[in-house]
Write a protein that binds this ligand. Structure first.
Ligand code: GLN
Ligand code: ZN
Length: 774
């Protein structure tokens, strides 16, 4: 690589940074504000201080252009809703009375008004608030937040680039407002929305913005010709404005694909593309459109959503190729660093040999800077960094942590037969009926019972040493006794132990599997003030000893009814962790599946006749682009079958998924070959049951009849009505009766009441079926 002239120096930039601060300061301030302990001014001051700290960190690391507007009190899509004035009618009053309280009311609801719906931001674990739009939506510009944050950064002396959710993505993320026809297409509002963006751009220009970034990740998904047309129109219109800053249109999470030629032709000044996982595809597509003459290309070569160090030499090679394809190449992380924890350097409990493989937001910013320097001044200027990077990568590649010969040999020896039950479903179903002797419409729950404050306190006390393991375990045992006794009294048929020992359904297993690590401070925003600390799946996975058998056995010893064993499935274990990037996901999934398979088999040996393997993340992990679905579904379903394939025909395998949109994975659900599946269905009035029936799903189904998301208790009639709906789709011999999901977030009073109604409804209906059947 040759050194470029000074005028062409590559700039280092990022699109966003963790918002919470080093001690989750933002969470504390906001929750304090909600409780009335922190005043609005104090909250604003904390927020401003956090922004200042972030910009200082970035600038000191050598980032040339810092982002502004990426900060949020709750969510950047909600901020965009405020910016364009798309305030739902029901929230107007609160917002007019007080901007901050009205904002939080939209995010969280109040006694009187429902919040906006929340859903996942593309295929990440971040949740955004879904804009509600309709034919009557009138947009109105409110650029105050964006202008104020830019002004703050400029006054502090930073070179700053406001980052906005782009208009096309904003509309594609929206849904019809309540009361608006289901088939209303928010994209039809584009012409009304563009003038608002034009005003925001003019305001930012007036406030001193030279560049503004418009994020269009929705264009990295499969898009129809009409949608691509809309994107072309949007950027033609914004690009030909006279009073505007330079425009950088950013895409990430996948290749830009068919949207690339559209944006390449548009009169915008730069494009930002993801050159991590989609590197090869984006490089090919760029070459195919003849590069980006006259435009700035921002190359996202540092993965913004995993926690691994970058391969600097490889990135430099990519950047070198890109120099031939655009007038000017800058360097960035592939997406906002919001998706990774703040700083790996504060992790004291991780083996230093492994810590050197990790890069969180601070380390990633430094990598971006190093790469920009390498691009500008040639690799010669990076000798020290490159050799340290090579050494760290080599240590990872050769480590026994990432290469356990026993795990590798076992995974390599897996055969098709391992991932298949020994008998077809019909034979198994007969054997299970015989063994379990369950009534028609058997009742069960999804696994967890209320995680009471007491349980959480006991866990905290154990951690701090206030109680010893024996005392903690007695507390858990007592809880299991109570949960089992209650279920017997309520008349449930297949019981659960209630999962009181599990802090979290992924973390619990991660802590017990070799190859996983935990961070102390690795918080990542899930939504609003909720932060999670995903475990790090760093190496080859094995199970040193049984993880759930002891409590399962204990619970079973308390009752003659079957107690379901309860495990988190391999796909969900991957989906809610930071996963290693040095081998295909399918291989990692297979290792996890084999470890879980041992657990399933041990549960069976211990006498468990029903075992549930939860896969709530199966749907959400679906790759953004359809072309990648088959490969994903193949390894995902194989991993599930490998987990469950080793049991006897008369052991009943259940699975559970939440979420209501299954349409696109029906075939995969079938391919799991689970004997029983429970699904969320109450709010959609059993729609899932109808969809499964339409697809001729042959096995047993428990569409949820009790929405566990609120404390509201359904009454028997309501449950009966839902069950009757279920029976229209699924024959009684294959229909189960259960809630939508686990009960861990519920309190005991409503749980007791609701489950009594649920079993009563099942009894009533069984009786009715008996009389009708003669
Ligand atoms: N078994 C888990 C529970 O009951 C399932 C949770 C989930 O589906 N997210 O809590
Ligand atoms: Zn669930």
């Amino acid at each position: 690589m040759t050194a470029k002239s000074a005028a062409a120096a590559a700039r280092a930039t990022v699109y966003g940074y963790p918002r919470q601060g080093g001690n989750r300061d933002l969470k504390k301030a906001i929750e304090g504000y909600w409780k009335g302990r922190v005043g609005a001014d104090a909250l604003r001051a904390t927020a401003a201080e956090l922004r200042r700290t972030n910009w200082r960190q970035l600038t000191e690391a050598g980032i040339d252009e810092v982002p502004t507007g990426d900060f949020s009190y709750y969510d950047h899509v909600l901020d965009t809703t405020v910016m364009v004035g798309a305030i739902p009618e029901r929230h107007r009053e609160a917002l007019d009375a007080d901007a901050l309280d009205g904002y939080f009311a939209m995010a969280r609801g109040t006694q009187r008004v429902a919040p906006l719906e929340m859903t996942k931001w593309f295929d990440t674990n971040y949740h955004y608030l879904v804009p509600e739009l309709g034919p009557d939506t009138r947009f109105r510009t409110d650029s105050r937040k964006q202008v104020a944050e830019l002004t703050e950064a400029l006054e502090l002396g930073h070179t700053a680039r406001p980052v906005l959710v782009g208009p096309v993505t904003y509309l594609l993320l929206a849904k019809p407002a309540p009361g608006v026809a289901e088939d209303f297409d928010p994209l039809t509002l584009l012409d009304r929305l563009l003038p608002v963006y034009a005003e925001v751009l003019a305001d930012l220009r007036a406030a001193g913005a030279r560049w503004v970034q418009l994020d269009e990740p929705a264009l990295a998904q499969d898009r129809s010709p009409a949608e691509l047309n809309a994107a072309g129109r949007a950027y033609r219109e914004l690009g030909t404005l006279t009073d505007r800053p330079q425009l950088l249109v950013a895409s990430y999470f996948d290749r830009l694909g068919a949207a690339l030629p559209v944006l390449a032709k548009a009169p915008v000044d730069g494009l930002a593309l993801d050159f991590t996982e989609a590197a090869a595809a984006n490089l090919d597509d760029l070459a195919a459109v003849g590069g980006l003459p006259g435009k700035r290309l921002v190359a996202g070569v540092v993965n913004g959503r995993n926690i691994w160090i970058n391969d600097l030499s490889k990135s430099l090679a990519t950047l070198g190729t890109l120099l031939g394809l655009a007038d000017h190449v800058d360097v960035a992380a592939s997406c906002s660093l919001l998706h990774v924890p703040l700083d790996a350097a504060v992790e004291r409990d991780i083996d230093p040999q492994i810590l050197r493989w990790l890069a969180f937001a601070r380390q990633k910013s430094a990598e971006v800077v190093a790469l920009a320097n390498g691009l500008t001044h040639g690799t010669g200027s990076l000798t020290a960094e490159l050799s340290a990077n090579r050494a760290a990568l080599a240590s990872r590649a050769q480590s026994p942590v990432t290469h356990d010969p026993a795990v590798r040999a076992r995974a390599a020896a897996v055969t098709d037969a391992d991932a298949r039950r020994s008998q077809p479903y019909a034979r198994r179903a007969a054997a299970q009926r015989e063994r379990l002797g369950l009534p028609l419409l058997p009742t069960t729950t999804i696994g967890s019972f209320p995680q009471t404050g007491e349980l959480r306190t006991a866990r905290a006390d154990l951690r701090t040493g206030r109680i010893d393991t024996a005392a903690y375990e007695e507390r858990i045992a007592a809880e299991i006794r109570e949960v089992v006794a209650f279920q017997e009294k309520a008349g449930l048929d297949v019981l659960v132990h209630g999962e009181p020992e599990r802090n979290d359904m992924v973390q619990y297993f991660a802590e017990r599997l070799t190859g996983y690590l935990a961070t102390r401070h690795g918080w990542v925003q899930s939504y609003g003030t909720r932060y999670v600390r995903p475990p790090v799946l760093a190496g080859d996975i094995s199970r040193p000893e049984p993880m759930t058998v002891r409590w399962a056995e204990y619970a079973q010893s308390l009752t003659a009814r079957p107690v379901k064993g309860m495990l988190t499935g391999p796909v969900t274990m991957l989906a809610w962790s930071f996963v290693r990037d040095d081998q295909p996901l399918g291989e990692t999934a297979r290792q996890v599946a084999l470890a879980l398979r041992d657990e399933v088999n041990d549960l069976e040996i211990a006498g468990t006749s029903v075992i549930q393997v939860d896969e709530p993340a199966l749907r959400e992990t679906l790759p953004l682009r359809a072309a990648r679905h088959p490969e994903y579904l193949a390894w995902a379903t194989e991993a599930f079958r490998l987990t469950t394939g080793g049991v006897r025909p008369d052991t009943q395998i259940h699975t559970h998924m939440c979420y209501a949109e299954f349409g696109d994975i029906l075939a995969a659900i079938d391919a799991l070959d689970a004997d029983v599946i429970s699904l969320e269905a109450a709010r959609s009035h059993m729609q899932v049951a109808r969809e499964l029936a339409k697809a001729d799903y042959p096995r047993e189904v428990g569409p949820g009849v009790y929405d566990i998301h609120s404390p509201r208790v359904p009454d028997e009639e309501e449950v009966t009505a839902l069950l009757r709906k279920g029976l229209e789709a699924i024959p009684a011999e294959r229909l189960w009766v259960n809630p939508d999901c686990g009960l861990k977030t519920r309190g005991w009073p409503e749980t007791r009441a609701a489950l009594h109604e649920l079993t009563a409804a099942a009894r009533t209906l069984r009786e009715a079926l008996r009389t009708a059947g003669g």
